[in-house]
Design a protein around this ligand. Sequence first.
Ligand SMILES: [Zn+2]
Length: 623
Amino acid sequence: MYNTITLKFSLLLFAICASCTLALSQEYWQQEANYKMEIDFDVETNQFTGKQKIKYHNNSPDRLNKVFYHLYFNAFKPNSMMDWNSRTIQDPDGRVGDRIYYLTKEEQGYQKVLSLKQNGNDCIFNIEGTILEVILDKPLEPGDKATFEMEFEAQVPLQIRRSGRDNAEGIRYSMSQWYPKLCEYDRLGWSANPYVGREFHGVWGDFEVEITIDGEYIVAATGVQKSNNKYAKSSEDKRTWKYHAENVHDFVWAADPDYTYIEHKTDEGVELQFFYQSSKDTDENWQKLPEIMDAAIGFMNKRYGQYPYPVYKFIQGGDGGMEYPMATLITGKRSLGSLVGVSVHEWMHSWYQMVLATNEALYPWMDEGFTSFGTTETMNFLRTEGLLGEVTPNENPFESAYAGYIGHTMSNTDEPLSTHADHYVTNRAYGIASYTKGQVFLKQLEYVVGKKDFDEILLTYYDQWKFKHPTDVDFIRVAEKVSGLELDWYREYWVNTTHKIDYAVFLANQDAEKKRAIIFLAKQEKMPMPLDIEVIYADGTKELFNIPLAIMRGNKSYDYQSSRTTIVKDWPWTNPAYSLDIFTNGKEVISVEVDPSMRMADINRGNNFWRKTDDDTGEESFK
Ligand SMILES: [Zn+2]
């Protein structure tokens, strides 16, 4: 029976529970995993054995009965999920295609778990492709710590994607995603994604890694070298390289007998290390790189927050460019512009991924998009400083990003940024969403909140979320607090939908006697935006108006226009049209433009202008 009293009581209970959940979900926590690994490597067979000890802290409010590990190398076998995905997607990555399907036994990759113990007791485990599922010997209660000890063996695959041996430029070992890596459990649950091609997420912690390999190999890795080995060939049969890294969520290494080594201490006190194979095509560019990267970090530290690690390594390896903590693997046979471009991009990931460690699978645009934004700005800085030779700085360096996004969204094959990185229908849609639309997200936010607040948002975001796992909501909350504006609508439209922006303008009426003009504006697409309107008068003077959106509950503060801005009445997003009634002081309006700074991703700029033509009387009215 259900009477009024129990109803009231259960409503009360519901209210209490709802507020508990809210309080809990707002309290940030993250897991911690500290790794010790010893690796014995055989360069004849491309196989290695490993001993791994992980000290794991369950800082979550949940009891854990299981943990998961990634075994990435298992993707490089015929009929793996990555193989199927690559052979069936509309537009396969040219580096992968059907190559996994044709790998021979010696070319395939694998990771085999020989034993796994929790606090000395054997655990039951099961491997399914690239995911190892472990039933814990004893559940981990909130606050519990455990030690996981694993013995494993592995074979390095011929390089297909990112990791592997013998890359296209002849680097012997590009060792990323090479060890059994504990999956992250965070506020959004387990991220035990099978490896089908991209995107990573890891547990914060420290790494101590010892790699024993043939003496002639030079090993470059995440962290600080503790073994005092020279970065040169040795005549020893085998030698051990010890590396230590603190407060990271992954560990990469590369090895080759022919690495040339350069080191450079930046003005900022960071040790930059460069590892590349010497050749007449590459030497000159690699030798110029240290000085240019030194200039880059000066700009990046000021703009995005201080680089927090003692060292960073640019290592020739991989299959393009890929970011890791304190290091990148990049292909090295490039023009100077391309070498600098990839170096800046991958290093920029130290801010947007290695330190602000968003879950890349869920928010690839916060990792690739924010990094691309920083790359565009930093490259423009280097151009302006004359560090890239005789190239003229671009007046609007974001122009191509806007054009790329608009071209793609007009094709109507775009997918929302909220799509999981593995689940886009095409690689192209993933690429443009993550790199391009993600980049425009930030530049356009600058337009919405104004340059002064935007600059502060970047630094505050870094300060508040470094060494954590921020989400898109965490970012937008920082932006809201700094700017004092409501910005949830911006995130929801830009991230969760593929709605477009299009505004149109014309001068509806001007009346010299009354000294007024009426500007008519129309919202032609779904996504609403605040508008900057520039009016030019016949005497050459200009005036800027800002129309805030009513849902912003305010307007942007200082932006970078030199002319004075007049804030006019809000535009409710529901209304398809708006008329802007301005006082002209009797001056004739000869031109009106929506968004003169070109930071709004308007899909049709053709209707953003009104210009006086000879047959204009300036007296026409609109219907
Ligand atoms: Zn990137």
